[in-house]
Design a protein around this ligand. Structure first.
Ligand code: QAP
Ligand code: CO
Length: 168
């Protein structure tokens, strides 16, 4: 297993639209293991392959209290089950240190495949419903900062750019 570096906003590679997974092979298994390790090390609850510069439709999520229940989603999609929205102060491993309120549908039916390629569905609400929508956005080149004002986004951008210059 290996840790992979996480891209940070405003890295343009985060805007890449990920391609569907077609090969359910050992390389995919290794990718998901590395993503789970990288997510835990960074103390995240979700990570999209896009965030480690792998542009395949792969997500890992662990919303459990004990951080012992990683879930893998290959080629994930969702249907909205409840038009009612919920607000949540979202963060992102690619936007470290910043949190902003985002409103998303509160209940969704997740459809995905596991690492073997078997299809499954989950009726999700709460944090899992928010997390899956946030992570699928990554696969489509979108970030939570796209939902806030340009003023707030530009402030976050300049603060992160400054931090990146200092650490370079
Ligand atoms: C996405 O986010 C998410 O700024 C996952 O310094 C967000 O794991 C899903 C993190 C909200 C549901 C609700 C962020 C860690 C982790 C930071 C994360 C930081 C350290 C974010
Ligand atoms: Co994120």
């Amino acid at each position: 297993m290996a840790l992979r570096p996480i891209l940070e906003f405003p890295d343009p590679r985060l805007r890449t639209v990920a391609k569907p997974v077609t090969a359910f092979d050992a390389e995919l298994k290794t990718l998901t293991e590395d993503m789970i390790e990288t997510m835990y090390e960074a103390e995240g609850i979700g990570l999209a392959a896009s965030q480690i510069d792998v542009h395949k439709r792969v997500l890992v999520i662990d919303v459990s209290e004990e951080k012992d229940s990683p879930q893998v989603f290959i080629n994930p999609t969702f249907d909205i089950l409840d038009q009612e929205t919920q607000d949540y102060d979202e963060g992102c491993l690619s936007v470290p240190g910043f949190y902003e309120t985002v409103s998303r549908p509160r209940r969704v039916l997740i459809k995905a495949q596991n690492v073997e390629g078997d299809a499954f569905e989950i009726d999700a609400d709460g944090i899992l419903a928010i997390c899956i929508q946030h992570e699928i956005d990554h696969l489509d080149g979108k970030l939570f900062v796209d939902y806030i004002s340009k003023l707030k986004r530009d402030r976050i951008r300049s603060k992160l750019e400054k931090a990146h210059r200092k650490s370079a």
